[in-house]
Design a protein. Sequence first.
Length: 128
Amino acid sequence: MPMSPPRDEPPGSPHDAALSRLDRLAWLLDSALRIPGTSIRLGADAAANLLPGVGPLVSKGVSAWLILEAARLGVPRPVLLRMLGHVAVDAAVGAVPLLGWTADIFLRANRRNMALLRAHLARPPPAG
């Protein structure tokens, strides 16, 4: 089944607009394009790794912005550290030629981070 960009959800949370924007960004970075004839998807993050030096730096900068937005939305430090870990692993593996580009297709750090963000925001707020 083809993967499409995340759709806007009906209003119901004060964070819906931010989540929709961040979902689109994560989709663009991790799975916006499909390799013809396959079900393999990749995004701007994988494409940026083809530009030595500046490409990975820019894509990881955008990934860091996603984490900063999560902090602004009130995500606690342990979840933010886990999100940072996803991006750090992606950056470390991405430093290895060819392996890094391949790993970007399968690791999808930004989509994982969005799943963590959504899971946190879906929890009821702590009492007290």
